[in-house]
Design a protein around this ligand. Structure first.
Ligand SMILES: Cc1ncc(COP(=O)(O)O)c(C=O)c1O
Length: 451
């Protein structure tokens, strides 16, 4: 796979800028990175590592040399910040009281966690299964849709990511996960994802783009027949594309009319990251199956969940998940503590205020720098798309990478998506001042790098 192909998918770990970065690493860091390479399997986008860390607290990670990074990457799992005191306390207490719940047994803590998630939905009409990873949760969602509809075909979206298992790369729309993997799951079709900036009809009108995507979806459904489910991220976490409300109303209608289950993957975006507790709540359309993960474990425990509308609780005669940790004691304690922290600290309202602040700051930034082609923001999901020319929208991949390393050197970490989008997922406990510092640093980077 060429460097350019890889860039479409995410950060590059083997570019000349990475080689330069490596030269400034301390001896201790270099030794640890070498040991890491000797110990772990190589994989694109994850290896070789950037640095070795020794601490993570609040919005920051600290490397082994004591340098702190404001972390707007965090694998999108740190809504309540690292080492959140509520979560740490709850998990410690749970370890001492009841660390594990074997299959065929239950406990109050895990019932409470499931009910707390359901109570946050609009209809409160869901049943829950816990899984150890987001990928496993998406796999479960697909199995439930097959069982409930009797149909195995599913439509997911090009460019999407739903996990790295064989089933989830089948529904994912990124080549880097499928390369060399051979035959994948049958019956998977790909729809056109909503993209308000780059789309096949060259439109800037959200309603027109939404209608185009939905028309194509209907066309697929009519011509393929027997579709059981449509799976998508309501707001894409990387690149951050935010469809209008009409898109979701159309999706709901099309699925209802065709007896298709609507599955929303909100793994990186729920828990107020996008401005509402669950992403779909801002659009008023509830999915039949909702998939959660990442921040659910409070940034400490690997934890995911599938919420399924009660009417589709129909798989009593088969084994669905059968996960070793399907009644997760520590994960449940982490979920409850995360929700308590969010509620007690009004992180939802805080997110709205910070989002408005960022919108203003980023709009001002875009006025100063021609290289900013588009800014997309939902809550604290932020994407800054860099282009060489606003007219042609040619992606400015090189600049995005140079800005990334400029910021990393000065203590700001984030992800580059699609080769040219600076993707920021700050923890919801970030302050206005920290956000302002990040914007100022990027402003400074554009100026210093001559753009
Ligand atoms: C949208 C989406 N779905 C699914 C997953 C898979 O989650 P996990 O890494 O916990 O398997 C991810 C992880 O990045 C994701 O972003």
């Amino acid at each position: 796979m060429s460097l350019n192909e890889l860039k479409r998918e995410g950060d590059i770990n083997k570019s000349s800028l990475r080689s330069q970065w490596n030269k400034q690493l301390s001896e201790q860091s270099t030794t640890l990175l070498q040991e890491d390479e000797r110990s772990f399997l190589k994989q694109s986008m994850s290896t070789p590592c950037l640095e070795a860390v020794s601490d993570a607290e609040g919005c920051y990670i600290t490397d082994v040399n004591g340098k702190k990074y404001l972390d707007f990457h965090g694998n999108s799992l740190h809504q309540v910040g690292y080492k959140n005191p509520y979560v740490v306390e709850a998990v410690k207490k749970q370890v001492e009281e009841l660390p594990f719940i074997p299959r065929r047994f239950t406990a109050d803590i895990t019932i409470q966690a499931a009910q707390a998630l359901v109570n946050k939905t609009m209809s409160k009409d869901y049943r829950v299964l816990f899984t150890p990873s987001g990928s496993a949760a998406v796999g479960l969602a697909l199995k439930i849709a097959r069982k409930a509809t009797g149909r195995h075909k599913v439509i997911s979206m090009w460019e999407s990511f739903h996990g790295a298992g064989l089933d989830t790369i089948s529904v994912g729309g990124e080549y880097v996960f499928k390369k060399d993997m051979g035959p994948l799951m049958p019956g998977v079709l790909k729809g056109i994802p909503y993209n308000g900036y780059r789309n096949l009809i060259n439109s800037e009108d959200p309603e027109e783009i939404a209608s185009f995507c939905l028309r194509y979806l209907e066309y697929m459904i009519e011509n393929e027949g027997n579709i059981g489910a449509v799976l998508l991220e309501p707001i894409r976490a990387t690149d951050t594309h935010i469809p209008p409300r009409s898109y979701f109303e159309g999706l709901g209608r099309i699925c209802d009319q065709n007896g298709i289950l609507l599955i929303f993957d909100e793994i990186p975006t729920a828990l107020y990251r996008s401005g509402t507790f669950y992403v779909h709540q801002q659009f008023g359309v509830e999915p039949d199956i909702l998939v959660l993960g990442k921040g659910l474990g409070g940034g400490i425990i690997p934890q995911a969940a599938v919420l399924v509308k009660t009417e589709y609780d129909c798989a009593g005669d088969i084994s669905l998940g059968h996960y070793t940790h399907e009644k997760p004691a520590l994960g449940s304690a982490a979920i409850l503590a995360t929700i308590d922290y969010i509620d007690d600290h009004k992180l939802g309202e805080r997110c709205q205020v910070l989002s408005a602040f960022m919108r203003d700051e980023l709009n001002k930034l875009a006025e100063r720098h021609e290289c900013i082609g588009d800014i997309r923001i939902a809550g604290l999901l932020i994407s800054i798309e860099l282009v060489k020319d606003k007219g042609t929208k040619e992606r400015h991949d090189d600049l995005a990478e140079r800005v990334l390393y400029y910021c990393l050197e000065r203590g700001l970490s984030f992800k580059v998506s699609g080769g040219n989008c600076l993707t920021w997922h700050p923890p919801l406990v970030v302050t206005e001042e920290e956000l302002w510092c990040a914007v100022s640093l990027v402003d400074e980077a554009f100026t210093a790098l001559g753009k």
